[in-house]
Design a protein around this ligand. Structure first.
Ligand SMILES: CCCCCCCCC/C=C/C(=O)SCCNC(=O)CCNC(=O)[C@H](O)C(C)(C)COP(=O)(O)OP(=O)(O)OC[C@H]1O[C@@H](n2cnc3c(N)ncnc32)[C@H](O)[C@@H]1OP(=O)(O)O
Length: 309
């Protein structure tokens, strides 16, 4: 039984993963996603918590939390923002009263613009390594979560934003053709690492991933639906209500069976990263600090500014 538990990562299995993550964070001396000390008071009475970039509303009756990303202007994933997200996720994961999580954005028109490009441009190798470790940690926390996770994608969601949505169990996107979603890394002259690729492949299959990744495709909501990148497209004002409806459907399944099944489906993908974290960090740092890659990122940022002008 113990072997099954540790292998499949049910509630206490995730705690094991968390302690593994925090201890490896300490080992490498980078900024930790600190595990907050949870007192009974925190667990039972708090229904809303806000840090500067993340607001969480937990409905104690349904056990469903809504996490609002509020890092203006576009929820780009900086080290600070990722750290706040990790802390919030860890709190919810350890809270027995929380069984479902809806992730959405408070920013207009954007779910998340993906990794903060400024974290990858002109930074020291040490800082790049610290940043990448936090990106890994966020992915690990989300992809291995025991909660039912629903992405309420109420705006554009390129690259790392798409990855966040892909880690969830179910994705609902606003039916607005101005929005797009996809792993567009190649369009920036950078490469989606293997675990981004694995997460996409697990969702839309090999052939669609091959095209999506090489071409750096950003899909309009209806096209994303066709390819299976999102599961449902609804009118903009229905995204959150549809997410609430979905989370309840998923929560109606016997919890233990659902969690074990989820873990079984995702374990090999998660293991590939956990057993290669340090090499993946080194790979990222040596790639992103290359002059040619820095030049591509500079060009891309200029393009973004021109688009605005
Ligand atoms: C081998 C393997 C090894 C590993 C190899 C390396 C692997 C790396 C993997 C990388 C993953 C990523 O996520 S890379 C990130 C990819 N992200 C993107 O391509 C998104 C780019 N952004 C957009 O397309 C748009 O901004 C969008 C999100 C749709 C919102 O459009 P809007 O018109 O509403 O807003 P904008 O005017 O464009 O943006 C508002 C401001 O935010 C800034 N901004 C926008 N996106 C930003 C971002 N991601 N990071 C920082 N800043 C950003 C803009 O420059 C503006 O700044 P001001 O002008 O100053 O106001």
């Amino acid at each position: 039984m113990m072997a099954v538990r540790s292998c499949l990562g049910v509630k206490f299995g995730v705690s094991g993963l968390l302690s593994q993550l925090t201890s490896s964070t300490r080992h490498h001396g980078s900024r930790p996603c600190v595990s907050p000390i949870l007192t009974p008071q925190h667990r039972n009475t708090s229904s809303s918590s806000t840090s500067s970039k993340v607001k969480v509303d937990l409905d104690q009756n349904t056990g469903v939390a809504v996490m609002h990303m509020q890092s203006p202007p576009v929820n780009s994933l900086s080290l600070d923002f990722i750290t706040e997200l990790c802390i919030s996720l860890e709190k919810l994961e350890m809270d027995k009263g929380c069984r479902g999580l809806i992730i959405t954005s408070s920013q207009p028109k954007v779910f998340s613009a993906g990794l903060d490009i400024l974290e990858m441009y002109g930074k020291s190798p040490e800082r790049c390594g610290e940043f990448w470790k936090s990106v890994q940690e966020l992915w690990l926390k989300l992809y291995s979560s025991n909660m039912v996770t629903i992405a309420a994608v109420n705006g554009s969601s390129p690259a790392g934003g798409c990855l966040m949505a892909l880690t969830c169990d179910y994705r609902i996107m606003a039916d607005n053709p101005a929005y797009s979603i996809g792993l567009n890394e190649t369009q920036l002259g950078i490469v989606a690492p293997f675990w981004f690729k694995d997460t996409l492949m697990n969702t839309i299959g090999l052939r669609n991933s091959e095209m999506a990744l090489q071409l750096g495709l950003l899909y309009k909501p209806q096209d994303a639906l066709k390819v299976g990148l999102v599961d449902q497209v609804v009118p903009e004002d229905q995204v959150l209500p549809a997410a609430v409806k979905s989370v309840n459907k998923w929560l109606a399944v016997p919890e233990h069976a659902r969690q074990i099944t989820k873990s079984m489906m995702r374990k090999s993908t998660i293991d590939r990263l956990t057993s290669n974290r340090e090499a993946d960090i080194q790979n990222f740092v040596s790639f992103i600090t290359r002059e040619s890659i820095q030049k591509s990122l500079r060009g891309y940022m200029e393009l973004l500014k021109q688009k605005k002008a």
